[in-house]
Design a protein around this ligand. Structure first.
Ligand SMILES: [Zn+2]
Length: 554
């Protein structure tokens, strides 16, 4: 792509670099070559679509590109489909005074009236000129507004181009999406941003050292807008505010499988004032670079010292683990969106990461296999299982190290674990009958056709069978049942079998009652485990899995 120097659009020293060096022609756009090719080609060949969907992360140039498209369409002296940026039309669009361009921020003007007003105007164009409507954050339109927009898109006026910009194309109505040509904007690579900043530095007559440019590139995370803002900060304050959470301790904890160190590193970062979502996002961004450096170094954005640092962590973590960290963080970030205590989701994620045995995901298994094959650990020493307050070793004979996990953290972990335990009995019973049993072998299905899930206590499930003979046969089906259960519930239950002659095919399914209450009632009714046979000896309680050799003290 052309790497010409951006033209300053304003010469006063006050306007931000981002505004001054905003690209004004297709030739000045960086890092979105595929988009430029498509649009410039369309203008040149007179095949412009009536509706475009520009999707991509913020700061990657969506609305800027829309304006350039408007310029190119209305330019008095276009060159190869690009704007001249000198004619009256181009200048008017740059100044924001052109009547041919209408911008609407759908985040704030998302009502049906806003859309109606605009689309009504679309029919009154100036002959020979293109009207371009730019709807930013179009996924935020109300339903009625989106419907009104859709109506216009179904029969667009011939001289009108709609550019719908969004950071979240999946939230745009499919009916709208299907009427647009979709162009995806990508995060801009480190080298492209770096060369942009160097060019701007020269054009603006600034003197900036390379480490500052690197810092600005790092802060920008693929956004040209953020890169220029960081450089602006330098001009204003003499230094870039490069305050970023530092994850070295966290990387170290993961590399050495140290749960305590990981939670401590998180606690330190939280004390520094970083919020959990910010931390998860920043860490995920670094891990992503680690992953790329391992899997496809040529597409990794990290440069110079940063690249070196992350490569070192990559070699310590290995690919399988890095993938799992990325997956687990992604999952935690999704869960955080709705979790009242976001930090807890992050804590759980970290503990899962250093204790792959807690995790039955494919990635976790892959990592365990890799460990077996290459011999664990590949790197730093593994710390001994952490002793924990509120827990004591069963029949404790070994003297354990001093307690280091901060108590509030543990309490939160336990709280979440408890919440996770609140699986609903009727739900489990229904899934057992309808999804688990059909997944087992024929013999197991026969045996289980009369089985009834009668109690649930954490990950301990009590299943009643009508006869002693049947119960005696459960050991033959245990393995198949277990894998069917694991598949369905993504967790391991301990199953207690009991005999209850009242259990028959016609027996009513348990009513949806509060899980805990129900469990109590059921325990009373089914007087277990004197004669209960425990077939599945895999321990189910998450806490004891997290901290082996420990049990709860009430
Ligand atoms: Zn022009």
């Amino acid at each position: 792509m052309a790497q010409s120097t951006p033209t300053p659009t304003s010469l006063d020293g006050v306007t931000s670099l981002y505004r001054r060096f905003r690209p004004n022609r297709f030739a000045e756009l960086r890092g979105q070559d595929h988009v430029v090719r498509a649009l410039q080609g369309a203008v040149k060949n007179d095949r412009v679509s009536h509706a475009y969907l520009f999707s991509g992360p913020r700061g990657t140039g969506k609305t800027t590109t829309a304006r350039i498209l408007a310029k190119a369409l209305n330019c008095e002296n276009p060159v190869e489909g690009d704007a001249c940026d000198k004619c009256a039309s181009c200048i008017a669009i740059t100044r924001g005074s052109s009547l041919d361009v209408t911008e609407l921020d759908a985040a704030s003007n998302n009502g049906v009236d806003d859309i109606r007003e605009i689309t009504a105007g679309a029919w009154h164009g100036t002959p020979g000129r293109w009207k371009v409507y730019i709807f930013d954050e179009v996924h935020q339109l109300t339903k009625a507004a989106a419907a009104a927009l859709l109506k216009t898109l179904e029969e667009p006026p011939s001289h009108v181009v709609f550019v719908l910009a969004t950071t979240d194309p999946h939230k745009v109505l499919p009916t709208i999406r299907s009427r647009t040509q979709h162009l995806e904007f990508r995060l801009i690579g480190g080298e492209t941003l770096s060369s942009l900043l160097h060019d701007v530095e020269k054009a603006a007559g600034l003197k900036v050292d390379d480490s500052t440019i690197d810092a600005a590139v790092r802060l920008a995370r693929g956004s040209a807008r953020d890169a220029l803002s960081a450089l602006d900060q330098l001009i204003a304050t003499g230094s870039v505010n490069d305050s970023q959470p530092v994850f070295e301790e966290m990387f170290g904890a993961l590399a050495s499988n140290d749960a305590v160190a990981a939670l401590k590193a998180l606690a330190v970062l939280t004390r520094e004032g970083w919020d959990p979502e910010q931390l998860a996002e920043s860490f995920a961004a670094e891990i992503r670079q680690v992953f790329l450096l391992l899997a496809a170094p040529e597409v990794a954005d990290a440069v110079d010292a940063e690249r070196e640092r992350l490569s070192v962590w990559g070699s310590k973590l290995g690919l399988a683990r890095t993938v799992r960290v990325l997956e687990t963080l992604g999952k935690a970030m999704r869960e955080m969106k709705s979790a009242p205590e976001k930090i807890v989701m992050l804590e759980i994620a970290l503990v899962r990461l250093v204790k792959p045995e807690l995790d039955i995901s494919v990635e976790a298994l892959a990592e365990r296999v890799e460990k077996l094959e290459y011999g664990a650990p590949r790197n730093a020493p593994v710390s001994p299982p952490a002793p924990v307050p509120l827990l004591r070793p069963i029949g404790s004979t070994t003297k354990s190290a001093p307690i280091v996990v901060p108590e509030p953290v543990l309490e939160k972990v336990e709280k979440v674990v408890e919440e996770k335990l609140e699986l609903n009995l009727s739900d489990v019973a229904e899934r057992f009958t309808q999804r688990v049993v059909p997944r087992t072998a024929r013999s197991a299905q026969l045996l289980l056709s009369d089985a009834q899930v009668v109690a649930l206590d954490g990950y301990r499930l009590t299943i009643a069978l009508p006869s002693e003979e049947m119960r005696a046969n459960t050991e033959h089906i245990a393995q198949g049942l277990r894998s069917a259960m694991d598949h369905e519930f993504k967790t391991t239950f301990q199953i207690d079998w009991i005999v209850d002659v009242n259990v028959a095919k016609s027996a009513p399914t348990p009513e949806p009652v509060d899980a805990k209450k129900k469990t109590q009632i059921q325990s009373d009714e089914y007087e277990p485990p004197g004669d209960a046979v425990v077939v599945d000896s895999v321990p189910g309680h998450l806490i004891s899995e997290m901290f082996p050799g420990a049990e709860e003290i009430s």
